[in-house]
Design a protein around this ligand. Structure first.
Ligand code: ADP
Ligand code: 5GP
Length: 224
């Protein structure tokens, strides 16, 4: 299958692009301007909740405004994913070298793989005047919160654990062992998100349109 990604800069993996393309039928009520608050946007939530789908809509609706912080990972690319677009795919040894060289603003192990956000990525994109969007898991959120980066924190929550499992399985990207690890991790992520003040907003992604509107409204709201 021809990759759709060539038409779509700054998006998440192929599996998410399908949803994203499907979502193109929706018309956004976007504002064509930069949001008043241009701090990096950290989006977290359990695997399969719809982070990539929501981010894909944000990138498509506002292509000149937001940009994905492309992370490094030791996981293998999924079909359709591309190096430098979805992730920088590296071997474990290279990842460890990057840690040793203090190149990450945060990094964590998730399932059997490592993921990290390089300082250079955030700096480069911010210097271009873009609002950088980070899609990271809980340990990364904790590290960003402790760092000097002043960010906004969005947590995306599923309407139920059953719905989450259905979405994760329905995406068809994970083998059984990975599904189990991701669902175990999801429980921890959901517990963490229950701690008051950890996130600036919690969006329940039940109806996709409603969840997207909530995200867009939040992102574009006036500085309070
Ligand atoms: P994440 O990036 O959080 O891992 P994805 O964006 O890949 O999650 O979404 C996981 C699956 O759930 C995809 O197949 C996507 O199409 C589907 N999905 C996303 N949002 C919704 C929703 N509101 N209702 C039903 N399915 C959804
Ligand atoms: P996936 O393998 O589905 O692409 O991502 C698995 C998890 O890793 C997701 O929860 C995603 O948010 C998280 N993730 C992706 N990139 C990073 C990163 O740079 N740092 C951290 N901490 N988590 C990441």
């Amino acid at each position: 299958m021809r990759s759709l990604r060539s038409h779509i800069p700054n998006t998440k993996p192929f599996s998410q692009i399908s949803t994203y393309c499907h979502a193109r039928r929706f018309v956004s009520t976007m504002a064509p301007t930069l949001p008043p608050d241009r701090r990096p946007l950290v989006i977290s939530g359990p695997s399969g909740v719809g982070k990539g789908t929501l981010m894909g809509r944000l990138f498509e609706s506002h292509p000149d405004t937001f940009t994905l912080s492309v992370s490094h990972t030791t996981r293998a690319p999924r079909p359709g994913e591309a190096h430098g677009v979805d992730y920088f795919y590296v071997q474990k040894a290279e990842f460890e070298d990057l840690i040793a060289a203090d190149r990450f603003v945060e990094h964590a192990q998730f399932g059997s793989n490592c993921y990290g956000t390089s300082k250079a990525t955030i700096e480069e994109q911010t210097s271009k005047g873009k609002v950088v969007v980070l899609d990271i898991e809980m340990e990364g959120v904790k590290q960003i919160r402790k760092s000097s980066i002043d960010a906004r924190f969005v947590f995306v929550k599923p309407p139920s654990f059953e719905a989450l499992e259905q979405r994760l399985r329905g995406r068809g990207t994970e083998d059984e062992s990975s599904v189990t690890k991701r669902l175990d991790q999801a429980k921890k992520e959901l517990e963490y998100a229950d701690i008051p003040g950890v996130h600036d907003i919690i969006i329940v992604n039940d109806n996709l349109d409603a969840a997207y509107k909530e995200l867009e409204d939040y992102v574009y709201r006036s500085i309070v």
